[in-house]
Design a protein around this ligand. Structure first.
Ligand SMILES: Cc1cc2nc3c(=O)[nH]c(=O)nc-3n(C[C@H](O)[C@H](O)[C@H](O)COP(=O)(O)OP(=O)(O)OC[C@H]3O[C@@H](n4cnc5c(N)ncnc54)[C@H](O)[C@@H]3O)c2cc1C
Ligand code: FES
Length: 340
């Protein structure tokens, strides 16, 4: 672990930043407002790769899937898993879209409550030591005692400056971090670091909104929907919410949206179920199939006029992107997080 205030210089630019003790290179850069590319923050996507030109670093997770053996031979490292051991020169292409909209804050939170949403999805409420400013749709990193590495969980709370935030988490079979969260006693403390993520609500985009949540992607889409339907800037926009579920017992979210004042006049919910069975048949209004096919069938060419948000497993994200590209949706109208 670094004991820095080491400085990291981005070669070929006048950009540099310092690392605080324990911070990864990515998070240190974001805390100083630098547009360091990233997505997952947990070692899986590979977007935060940089080349080390000078200096010494240490990885907190050498086997992280985001880095290949070929990358390692080229002295490439993952910004989200790497700590500086001294001053560094790195090669990296920054990109404006990664510039943080809120400075990530390292704080702590205490579990104040939890409630089941479905058979394997629960909501967890944390009270923070200090308020965290975030935009609807962003995520935070939760570091639980005794667990190797933090886990990324999206806030379901509407963006703002919040001292109490909710997460909606699926218990992953044999998942170490999610199981620890489900077993966390009330009052227990976790380290919370956030906000992160680029799939946040664009209140300056005056288009109808489509939110698509797959499985555990519910939380950020609920947050975006809450933010959008409560936003004076978006008061003329409709909001469509698609929930892609495996079975009818996984369907959720509508009850949270119906409590919003604007829902009855501007909201619309569609559940799409990939694996309905004779034992658990479709219910009224539900569609059989995959979320990306339903989106394509229902909105077709109208997708190009919408602001589109989605969250869920990488397979769903890839299928949706293909539909949106085929429908010629400008990619600056598309905002998503893949849940690795
Ligand atoms: C941006 C983003 C937002 C997400 N939001 C949500 C959400 O709102 N709700 C939800 O249910 N899920 C969400 N996820 C998925 C969530 O972060 C976990 O991957 C999921 O809960 C499974 O974690 P697990 O510990 O139970 O499973 P495991 O299989 O034990 O762990 C998988 C996760 O832990 C990380 N990891 C594993 N080992 C290490 C290590 N040694 N060091 C560092 N990291 C390690 C992996 O990168 C991976 O993220 C999100 C993921 C991302 C990337
Ligand atoms: S942001 Fe580092 S691997 Fe995804």
């Amino acid at each position: 672990m670094s004991n820095c205030s080491q400085r990291v210089h981005i070669a070929g630019s006048d950009l540099s930043f310092s690392c605080q003790p324990g911070d990864t290179i990515l998070r240190a850069a974001l805390r100083e407002g630098l547009a360091f590319p990233y997505e997952c923050n947990v070692g899986s996507c590979g977007n935060c790769k940089f080349e080390l030109l000078e200096g010494e670093v240490k990885s907190s997770w050498a086997e992280a899937p985001g880095l290949s053996e070929k990358d390692k031979l080229k002295n490439k490292w993952l910004g989200c898993q790497t700590h500086a051991l001294g001053d560094l020169q790195i090669k990296l292409r920054t990109a404006d879209k990664y510039k943080p909209v809120h400075t990530p804050l390292k704080t702590e939170g205490w579990l104040r409550g939890s409630r089941p949403i479905t058979h394997d999805l629960s909501e967890f409420r944390f009270e923070l030591a200090e308020p965290m400013a975030f935009s609807s749709g962003q995520y935070a990193l939760l570091q639980m005692a005794g667990i190797q590495g933090p886990r990324a969980y999206s806030m379901s709370t509407q963006g703002g400056n919040a001292k109490v935030i909710d997460f909606q988490v699926r218990r992953t079979p044999e998942g170490v971090g999610s199981s620890a969260l489900f077993n966390l006693p009330l009052g227990e403390r976790v380290e919370i670091d956030g906000p992160y993520g680029m799939a946040y609500l664009r209140e300056d985009a005056p288009r109808d909104i489509l939110c698509i949540a797959g499985g555990s992607g519910l939380a950020p889409m609920v947050s975006v929907a809450r933010g959008a339907l409560n936003s004076p800037q978006l008061e003329n926009q409709r909001l469509h919410f698609v929930y892609g579920a495996r079975t009818t017992r996984d369907v959720c979210g509508l009850d949270m949206l119906e409590t919003l004042d604007a829902w009855s006049t501007r909201g619309h919910y569609q559940a799409v179920i990939s694996g309905a069975t004779a034992d658990a048949p479709l219910q009224a209004g539900q569609l059989q199939g995959f979320a990306h096919d339903a989106v394509n069938d229902i909105w077709g060419d109208r997708l190009a006029d919408m602001e589109i948000y989605f969250a869920g497993p990488p397979l769903m994200a890839q299928s949706l992107i293909k539909v949106l590209v085929d429908r010629k949706v400008p990619m600056d109208q598309v905002h998503f997080d893949q849940f690795y």
